[in-house]
Ligand binder design. Structure first.
Ligand code: AMP
Length: 457
């Protein structure tokens, strides 16, 4: 029995799991600001969803899918990407007929590709993404790019590198394909076996080849921008002009074609090199697609979307210290001083939770020293020490485990004091601690900086 995880898969535990939840929460909340709704589709789809949708000539479909026959002898595939499955869902549920167009959805979950594992590349990874289906306009494409950048800003990135290109309409790609066939036919004998196959299936895919010698040859290939039809060129510059008006910086990358077959017109990627100089590759990418809905049996509706790789985003954010606050610790660790304080400690813990703070209590009697050690191991921010003498006076001691500072806190307004300890700036008292609330104990810090003057501002 091999107890290690399957190659290229990984377990996500504790602080890392919380970071993933936080990142997906920020991404979902931002998508909701733009009117997107959640859509969850199955991991398993009929294999044709991807072979017809994602495309026969893409590396993902040719080499990387987890495809098998189920017990009923049907060929099924664990999704290597979401877009084809999302479109399948919109077609099979006829959402295009029952929902107002455009349909705007977001998704989040695991995807599977049999790739060579390396930095930022796994066999099971997680994507968050969005799709907008049913509106064909440069403005729709621009809005989704602006939203992608907005998401990165909401995650705390000051700067991301947005690479953008247009791979044009059908006319553009037919002409460009012919030019590529002419160029690569002269070099194909010296290229890798994959490229030989790509030349037959879709010469555009040769531009994705990772073999250095082939990349050198590809540098001399005709450039897509020289083949853009008039319509595609106009549409591309309209999109750029809209994102530019919103202050979104971009870099036009002639070589960007994206690895999946369904794209047409604008395509883009978001890159960020971490502060530690690590390059995790593209954090996310997407673009417009013309024929996908039709290819999967639906009406002729266009779409635009993108997907972010959760692992890559979380890794770069960790390197850039954007997730330092997201830990798997609790806010308060409540310690009974002696066995007869167990009930009081338990009740207080429940009360602290009812205020909306995370709290734990050991649930068993123990020595103070070992409880403090446990509190540190649970990464608690504060310890609340529940002692008999203090309770008789209506107070408990609260110790900041980072600074070791300890204060006595009256129980009658403990909710406000704890709030002030956890979120100090947000709850600063309007009177700066100098209130005339007639509460005799105010100067002794009874309110933890929270006066009871009830001054709303
Ligand atoms: P794609 O679906 O190929 O357009 O990829 C969108 C994003 O998903 C990429 O920019 C990556 O962040 C992420 N991604 C794709 N493949 C992998 C992988 N094998 N491991 C981790 N992340 C991936």
């Amino acid at each position: 029995m091999d107890y290690t995880p399957v190659k290229g898969t990984h377990d996500i535990f504790g602080a890392e799991a919380k970071q993933h939840n936080y990142v997906s929460f920020v991404l979902k909340s931002t998508a909701e600001l733009y009117g997107y709704k959640g859509l969850e589709t199955p991991v398993l789809e009929h294999t044709e969803v991807f072979s017809r949708g994602t495309g026969e000539s893409s590396d993902v479909v040719r080499k990387e899918m987890y495809t098998f026959l189920d017990k009923g002898n049907r060929s099924v595939t664990m999704r290597p990407e979401f877009t084809a499955g999302i479109v399948r869902s919109i077609v099979s549920n006829k959402y295009y007929a029952t929902e107002d167009l455009p349909i705007k959805v977001f998704y989040h979950g695991p995807a599977f590709r049999y790739e060579r594992p390396q930095l930022g590349r796994y066999r099971q990874f997680h994507q968050f993404g969005v799709e907008e289906i049913g509106l064909d306009s440069a403005r729709a494409d621009a809005e989704i790019i602006i939203m992608a950048v907005h998401m990165m800003q909401n995650l705390g990135f000051n700067k991301v590198n947005l690479k953008i290109n247009s791979i044009g309409d059908d006319e553009t790609r037919t002409n460009y394909r012919a030019a590529l066939v002419e160029y690569f036919s002269k070099h194909i004998d010296n290229m890798c076996p994959d490229c030989k196959e790509r030349l037959q299936l879709n010469p555009l895919r040769i531009l994705d080849c990772k073999v250095p010698a082939d990349q050198e040859i590809a540098k001399g290939a005709p450039k897509l921008k020289d083949y853009l039809s008039e319509n595609s060129e106009k549409r591309f510059y309209d999109t750029l002009s809209i994102i530019n008006d919103f202050g979104v910086e971009y870099e036009i990358d002639d070589g960007l074609v994206r690895g999946l077959d369904y794209y047409s017109e604008v395509v883009f990627e978001i890159h960020a090199i971490s502060d530690e100089g690590k390059d995790y590759g593209a954090l996310g990418g997407g673009g417009h697609y013309g024929g996908l809905v039709k290819a999967l049996g639906g009406p002729d509706l266009p779409g635009v979307g993108f997907a972010m790789g959760m692992e890559r985003v979380v890794n770069v954010m960790n390197d850039n210290h954007l997730l330092d606050e997201i830990t798997d610790g609790v806010d308060f660790y409540v310690m009974p001083v002696g066995e007869d304080m167990l009930d009081e400690a338990f009740n207080l813990t429940m009360m602290v939770r009812s205020f909306g703070f995370s709290a734990e209590t050991p649930l068993a009697n123990g020595k103070m020293g070992s409880m403090f050690k446990k509190a540190v191991k649970r990464k608690a921010k504060f310890a609340i020490i529940v002692g008999g003498n203090e309770l008789e006076r209506g107070v408990v001691n609260v110790k900041n485990l980072a600074t070791q500072e300890q204060i006595e806190v009256p129980l009658h307004n403990i909710d406000r004091t704890l709030e002030n300890l956890i979120n100090p700036q947000e709850n600063e008292c309007c009177c700066g601690g100098d209130c005339n609330c007639e509460n005799e104990e105010h100067d002794e810090g009874c309110c933890g900086g929270h006066c009871c003057c009830h001054h709303e501002e």
